[in-house]
Design a binder for this molecule. Structure first.
Ligand code: ADP
Ligand code: MG
Length: 242
């Protein structure tokens, strides 16, 4: 088990009023899974991602990540979990603009206290893994969108995290670059990386092995992706779910 959410609620305060955004979400993810969380804009996907990524805490419910009860963790413990156990991929890459691809990928290792020599070796290996060995010294402004996202993926996997967590990883990319990123996610998952990916695009969600649908802060259906034509609509997924 990588993580388990049980009856998770999340409210945001608007003035004195609590606005419910996540309403009774339960979800568990095992090692080696590849899960897509789909839903329309405003349905609570990023709110859920922030909780799974230990960036924010739920209002109510239990969240266990790699054996730790997140609600009772200190900020320091949470940042250790984020640095050591979770690789993040964002829609807009979140790379440091003045640093080279190599330096960006080395950063999580710096926070983790890895020696300089080790940092360099592991960052080079991660950049090779995503096919950017010839772009290591380029800065983000010198890279295409697809290349920037591959740098971000190298940064996300350089620490060998328990979970690769991606929020709309293809949202800022053209179709071809998006497909390349999905190809890379597929390869990484086959190599054993656990992936949770948030998207509102059905074509992207279809790349995962399991798809969950969230609407108005609730999970509506989830099924293992059979990769057949009938697996396209939530209703069909529900019908074929066992
Ligand atoms: N920090 C916040 N404070 C108040 N409301 C928020 C905050 N973040 C998100 N929301 C609200 O919560 C709902 C879900 O947002 P979000 O999780 O970003 O949805 P999605 O990622 O699916 O588009 C939206 O109605 C949004 O306005
Ligand atoms: Mg979002």
């Amino acid at each position: 088990m990588v993580f388990e959410l049980t009856s998770i609620f999340k409210d945001y305060m608007q003035g004195k009023e609590a606005v419910p955004v996540l309403k009774d979400i339960s979800l568990s993810v095992d090692e080696g899974e590849y899960v897509a969380i789909m839903g329309p804009s405003g349905s609570g996907k990023s709110t859920l991602m922030n909780i799974i990524g230990c960036l924010d805490k739920q209002t109510k419910g239990t969240f266990i990540f790699d054996g730790a009860d997140i609600m009772s963790c200190s900020d320091k413990q949470l940042s250790e979990i984020r640095n050591n156990k979770i690789g993040f991929v964002f829609q807009n890459f979140n790379l440091l603009p003045r640093q080279s691809a190599l330096e960006n990928v080395e950063l999580p290792l710096l926070y983790a206290g890895v020696s300089k020599k080790q940092r360099r070796e592991r960052a080079v290996a991660a950049l090779k893994r995503v096919g950017l060995e010839d772009r290591m010294l380029f800065k983000p402004t010198q890279l295409s969108g697809g290349q920037k996202q591959r740098v971000a993926i190298a940064r996300a996997i350089v620490n060998h995290p328990r979970l690769l967590l991606a929020d709309e990883p293809t949202g800022a990319l053209d179709t071809k670059s998006g497909d390349q990123v999905m190809e890379l996610f597929g390869e990484l998952n086959r190599e054993g990386v656990t992936i949770v990916m948030i998207t509102h695009e059905p074509d992207i969600a279809r790349c995962a092995k399991r798809v969950m649908y969230i609407r108005d802060g609730q999970i509506h259906s989830g099924a293992f992706n059979t990769r057949t034509e009938t697996a396209e609509e939530p209703a069909a997924e529900e019908a074929s779910a066992t």
